[in-house]
Design a protein around this ligand. Structure first.
Ligand SMILES: Cc1ncc(C[n+]2csc(CCOP(=O)(O)OP(=O)(O)O)c2C)c(N)n1
Length: 597
């Protein structure tokens, strides 16, 4: 096996000039962030983190990284996650000691599950107070923050002396960018943050954001050989393909391969492409199942996927069998594809660049692969709802059918809209019915951990990073109630974004999960709330949508051109059954009622 070393990101995106002398350790951290081109740190203030916020105040005055204050630390972590999804730069979140740190936890675990690089900075009470039951103490002799973050992070440490700072900071940043990406946590006592920084004249910028991604030359050779011996290829695209989707699409075009995606992977493809057969996995499409079950398929190439439960329909053999070739940058992901006949590890775009060289060469000499997809009914323009369930996707019924809502959104939202989908039935409706052509990764969904209210913070973080991009958060009323206060951040930051609430006065996924699974009906009902009026009380524009005509008249372009957010309260029919039967069946085996749990 031969390994080559590849850079993770180009060093020319960062400055290489010497670091000027910094006053405190907190300033040094901010300087590192500035060098990486990170413009924003998300967080909530508190006594112990104050020295870091002071450094951010100094930085903002100089045009450097600034603080955006969330209303709850989990919202701040979701914002940092959304910031990364928009910019490709590590999200940064900070909190004070004790409750600030524990509030962060769900957002940090969500980032871990979705492999989002994140620097998590928590403060500690000053070192001399450790072990004395100081207010909010979270040192190793109290409710130990480092202990709490142990399983949520890929680097996790207390910085107990100012001379440790630089080494541990660099280690954290590098760990966050290691494949698979994820959060790294440094916990810093207030007196260390305030200590003078003992820094050398240079920051090794190259090390900071370079990752050493290996690729397996021998495995690529074997893959090329296999391609020579097969006729019918299916490509399964996961969320990890990222920008390599362009090379993958060229491969698909040249080989005539059919392709499917995971529910998160659909972000990277044109869902109206003639060779696309829909989503395989949670709330996916029958056409994708049929394709993978076709005995004529010789080879299934799964790319950029952790092969998690929702992306595999509960690890079904239709995908996970010995026709499988698994291509990924993370070796850990191969633990779920042990039955595959080949694993190819490495940087995905490099692997496809290599493959393309050989595929282009053989096609030049007349090699063609079969296009067995002709035998399959595929889903086409207009979205699956209009094709498969015209009565729902086009229904004029009141209350609005969620299927109609998703089909309308697919048509009405500008192509470049950043779409954030929350946990709950929104997942199912959007996966199945929100059919888009855009393949730039603008469809964003967090299915790793499935934390309710993720989309609210994540959409805000994305809009903070790029206020000119149209941004919408699509969230159920139950999830909205968990973090509704974060909308005031969007107002304070004058973000022209839309929060669209699927208002059914219910936690719909719980309601339908219980019904489909023959469980007791319990705990799903919510109050009937006018969310538009709630927004108005916060000084934010609110619109109620009750009928298909109201929906037709909604002008998203004008909402995205305002100087602040808009809340759109859509009253939907809670009795519509979301397309999540398979998930309920798999839960029945484990005896749980709520599919998102
Ligand atoms: C933090 C958290 N708590 C609980 C759950 C379990 N859960 C998944 S979906 C859901 C209900 C969501 O309701 P709502 O936001 O109203 O969306 P709907 O299903 O009605 O579209 C619950 C409780 C979860 N995923 N995350």
């Amino acid at each position: 096996m031969m390994f080559n070393v590849l850079p993770f990101a180009s060093a020319d995106t960062v400055s290489t000039s010497p670091v000027p002398h910094q006053d405190t350790c907190a300033d040094l951290i901010v300087e590192y962030l500035a060098r990486m081109g990170i413009t924003t740190v998300f967080g909530v203030p508190g006594g112990a983190i104050e020295p870091f916020l002071n450094a951010l105040a100094r930085s903002e005055r100089k045009g450097g990284p600034r603080l955006v204050v969330a209303r709850h630390e989990s919202g701040a972590a979701f914002m940092a996650d959304g910031y990364y999804r928009e910019t490709g730069k590590m999200g940064v979140v900070c909190s004070t000691t004790g409750p600030g740190a524990t509030n962060l936890l769900t957002g940090v675990v969500s980032a871990a599950a979705d492999e989002i690089p994140m620097l998590v900075i928590t403060a500690q009470t000053p070192l001399p107070k450790f072990g004395k039951r100081a207010l909010q103490e979270s040192s190793c002799t109290a409710v130990d923050t480092v202990g709490i973050f142990r399983y949520a992070t890929q680097f996790n440490t207390l910085i107990s002396h100012h001379e440790q700072l630089e080494t541990k900071l660099v280690s954290a940043i590098m760990a966050a960018h290691r494949a698979p990406n994820g959060p790294a946590h440094i916990s810093i006592p207030a007196d260390v943050l305030r200590a003078p920084a003992t820094i050398g004249p240079n920051i090794h910028n190259d090390l900071l954001i370079h990752n050493f991604s290996l690729f397996d030359e021998t495995a690529i050779g074997r893959l090329c050989e296999k391609l020579g011996n097969v006729e019918n290829i299916v490509v399964y695209i996961g969320s990890g393909v990222n920008k390599a989707s362009q090379q993958i699409m060229e491969f698909i075009t040249l080989t005539g391969a059919s392709f499917v995606t995971s529910p998160m992977g659909k972000s990277w493809v044109d869902e109206k492409h003639p060779q696309y057969h829909g989503v395989f996995g949670f709330a996916g499409h029958e056409s994708a199942n049929a394709l993978l079950q076709d005995p004529n398929v010789d080879l299934i190439i799964a790319v950029g996927t952790a092969l998690s439960e929702l992306g595999t329909n509960g690890w079904k053999g239709d995908l996970l069998n010995n026709k499988l070739i698994h291509i990924d940058s993370s070796i850990e992901h191969f633990t779920r594809s042990t039955m595959a006949n080949l694993h190819v590890c490495g940087n995905i775009d490099t692997i496809f660049n290599r493959l393309l060289v050989s595929v282009r060469e053989v096609t030049k000499w007349g090699r063609q692969w079969n296009t067995h997809r002709k035998n399959h009914v595929r889903n086409i323009n207009g979205g699956y709802a209009t094709l498969l369930e015209p009565e729902k996707g086009l229904s004029n019924a009141v209350p609005l059918k969620p299927q109609r809502l998703m089909c309308q959104l697919a048509k009405k939202l500008p192509e470049e809209t950043r779409i954030f989908i929350d946990a709950g039935n929104s997942w199912a409706w959007a996966t199945h019915y929100l059919t888009r052509s855009n393949s730039d990764g603008f469809y964003r969904i967090a299915m790793g951990y499935g934390a309710m209210a993720w989309s609210i913070g994540a959409a805000i973080g994305s809009a903070v990073a790029n206020r000119n991009a149209p941004t919408i958060c699509i969230v159920g009323d139950g999830s909205y109630l968990m973090s509704a206060q974060e909308i005031t951040v969007a107002a304070q930051q004058h973000l022209p974004m839309v929060f669209l609430i699927l208002n059914d006065a219910a936690m719909g996924m719980v309601l339908h999960g219980q019904r489909l699974g023959n469980q007791e009906s319990i705990g799903w009902e919510l109050n009937s709330i006018n969310y538009a009026a709630l927004a108005q009380a916060m000084g934010i524009d609110g619109i109620v949508i009750e009928t298909p005509t109201d929906l037709d008249e909604l002008d998203f372009n004008s909402l995205f051109n305002k100087t602040g957010p808009t809340l759109v309260d859509v009253r939907i029919d809670r009795n519509e059954v979301p397309p999540m039967g398979d998930r309920v069946k798999s839960l029945a085996i484990n005896g749980s009622a709520t599919p998102g749990s």
